[in-house]
Write a protein that binds this ligand. Structure first.
Ligand SMILES: O=C(N[C@@H](O)C(=O)O)c1ccccc1
Length: 329
């Protein structure tokens, strides 16, 4: 029995049939208001070293948008397909979140855009950014990675991105409000500096936004209203890269890291943390197959966790189990 603190322990739900869903690269996961699993995937398209030129301009626009439905909604127990949408809209899906009204919010790193889609609409309700044009002003993104909407204020937060180092806040109807963040300078990364802000976890009850600062291998959290830095969560066990974060009300923070660099000790895995102390209380890996590039993580209030992998093209489900010692008393 592996070491873990307290009585919280999760392990793969091996009855979940989501490992062979015949999806493309799985880039984003979210849970909708009915707690169904929403998956954002790339169909037959892949992001590889030929996808962009040195100025971050997408090189395969001649292929046209992905023909398959890139947003699919699954029953969280048996992975049955409930709904799908998002065909002929996207080139390289990346981030996904679902707002309290069930709208899908996504980012596309090839289009350098952010989209709001109604659950049953074909036409987007809102688009931010200029198609296929990278940039770093108020109207352009550069490979935006994720988007999150504050359920209380309706404010929109975008993590921008692979080739920018900032978080931008927009008003509920998409007007630029403010931004914060800067590139990591040489030496030790300082608060508010990013090296690929890669995933967002919005914490409405604490009015904070936490960011997976991917290549700095850390989580940084900020005040929603001001962008003021509140804290950093970083552990040696994360290794060099921290890919994604997800928060569940009640105070647990979930994360996944990256594959270890050659010779590095820290293995690729999921983490469960106590948000207020930042302490790791459990970690987890699949029983079936292995993490290759776990790219997004989403957790529900009953502590069910899903992890999507962009290289394994798989979605694992994890569930919390009673601690074995508990049962013996
Ligand atoms: O990080 C990369 N990709 C993943 O994050 C993703 O696929 O979202 C990547 C980096 C360099 C070249 C090609 C891909």
């Amino acid at each position: 029995e592996k070491e873990h603190k307290g009585d919280f322990h999760i392990e793969e739900a091996v009855e979940w049939p989501g490992l062979d869903l015949k999806l493309g690269q799985v880039s984003g996961l979210a849970l909708d208001p009915e707690n169904n699993l929403v998956v954002f995937h790339r169909g037959d398209r892949v992001w590889d070293e030929n996808s962009f030129d040195s100025k971050f301009v997408y090189q395969q626009r001649g292929l046209g948008p992905i023909e398959q439905n890139t947003i699919i909604v699954l029953n969280p127990s048996n992975a049955k397909l409930l709904h799908s949408t998002g065909k002929s809209l996207f080139y390289l899906p990346h981030g996904l979140s679902v707002d309290k009204n069930g709208n899908y919010w996504v980012t596309d790193v090839a289009l350098h855009q952010v989209f709001k889609l109604g659950a049953n609409d074909k036409e987007p309700l809102l688009i931010l950014g200029v198609p296929l044009q990278p940039g770093s002003d108020k109207n352009h993104f550069c490979q935006p990675t994720d988007v999150a909407v504050d359920p209380i204020t309706g404010s929109i937060y975008v993590s921008d991105g692979y080739c920018n180092s900032r978080i931008i806040q927009f008003s509920p109807n998409g007007l630029y409000v403010m931004q914060w963040g800067e590139e990591t300078s040489l030496g030790r990364p300082r608060p508010g500096q990013f090296c690929i802000p890669h995933s967002l976890a919005l914490i409405p009850d604490l009015s904070q936004l936490c960011v997976a600062d991917r290549e700095n291998g850390r989580i940084q959290c900020f005040r929603l209203e001001t962008g003021e830095f509140t804290r950093e969560i970083k552990h040696k066990a994360f290794g060099r890269e921290l890919f994604a974060v997800s928060y569940v009300p009640g105070g647990l923070l979930f994360a996944v890291n990256g594959m270890p660099y050659p010779g590095e000790a820290e293995s690729v895995q999921g983490f469960v943390m106590n948000f207020s102390t930042g302490e790791i209380i459990d970690n987890f890996i699949p029983l079936r197959k292995s993490f290759e590039m776990p790219h997004d993580i989403v957790a529900s209030e009953d502590r069910t966790v899903f992890v999507g992998d962009v290289h394994a093209k798989a979605v694992w489900k994890f569930a919390s189990v009673e601690n074995m010692e508990h049962r013996s008393v």
